[in-house]
Design a protein around this ligand. Structure first.
Ligand code: DGL
Length: 264
């Protein structure tokens, strides 16, 4: 059982930021990643459609005998976890709860959240933050243009800073002391976002917090791989494997030799 892989899915390449954190924290764990590149983006779709896509992604990963499912996509995490947990016989971990927990550890009380339209409209971060600590002031904004900018590799420079200024201006008036990067792609824009919001705002990246939570779940369930095990990493995509490997290498900060094309 312990030598089974951790399954991870996202709407595309973005979830590789979460995979990168998992690989760093749990080097003995094998992983199988599914990027739903045929149906990306999820952030502009309805909750019903995102839940349907999430279930089909999870079924494919379950056929790979996974021991834990990590939903790396914030949009999918914000609406699909109850349906996934009901159907799957392995633990399911999303990125929102760990991100909210990480934010409450550093905030003085005013938290900004940025994500896709779907994530922001779902209210999932707002709810998770309120549950993690009562009395927090939370303001959430959708920043849809950040996703294509990150995929194009436009992570620095005047274009991204102009877009960031426009999206993030309200957080200054709100007095945010912490900003949750509630989308898989945003950690790539961390430098530009930090410059725009200023050094007084702490940026919280849910990828690291999710990897920590995954470790805890595996440990509690007696599911950790043996220390020193040789980890294997496999990639599945629903469209354009070459583009996934090319763009994905930038998100993962290591080469992706092969991605297998699958039909869901
Ligand atoms: N992976 C998505 C998220 O974290 C961003 C891209 C999309 O809209 O599918 O919300």
């Amino acid at each position: 059982m312990n030598q089974r892989s951790i399954g991870v899915f996202d709407s595309g390449v973005g979830g590789l930021t979460v995979l990168k954190a998992l690989m760093r924290r749990l080097p003995a764990e094998s992983t199988v990643y599914l990027g739903d590149t045929a149906r990306v983006p999820y952030g502009t779709k309805s909750p019903e459609v995102v839940i349907r896509y999430s279930l089909s992604n999870a079924r494919l990963l379950m056929r790979q005998q996974i021991k834990l499912l990590v939903v790396a996509c914030n949009t999918a995490s914000s609406v699909s976890l109850p349906a996934l947990a009901k159907e799957l016989e392995v633990p399911v971990l999303g990125v929102i709860e760990p991100g909210a927990q990480a934010a409450v550890q550093v905030t003085a009380g005013r938290v900004g959240v940025i994500g896709t339209l779907g994530t922001v409209n779902s209210g999932a971060y707002q709810q998770a933050l309120a549950q993690a600590r009562g009395g927090l002031e939370v303001m959430a904004r959708a920043c849809p243009l950040f996703v294509p900018l990150a995929e194009e590799g436009w992570t620095e420079g005047e274009v991204v800073e102009a877009v960031a200024c426009k999206y993030l201006a309200d957080f200054e008036a709100f007095g945010a002391d912490t900003l949750v990067l509630g989308c898989t792609h945003y950690p790539l824009l961390k430098g530009a976002i930090a410059r725009v919001v200023g050094p007084q705002v702490r940026l919280v990246d849910s990828a690291e917090a999710t990897a920590e939570a995954a470790e805890g779940l595996l440990r509690d369930g007696g599911l950790l791989a043996c220390a020193g095990a040789i980890a294997e990493h496999r990639y599945f995509v629903t469209d354009l494997p070459e583009r996934f490997a090319e763009v994905g290498a930038r998100f993962l900060e290591r080469p992706i030799e092969r991605a297998e094309l699958v039909d869901l």
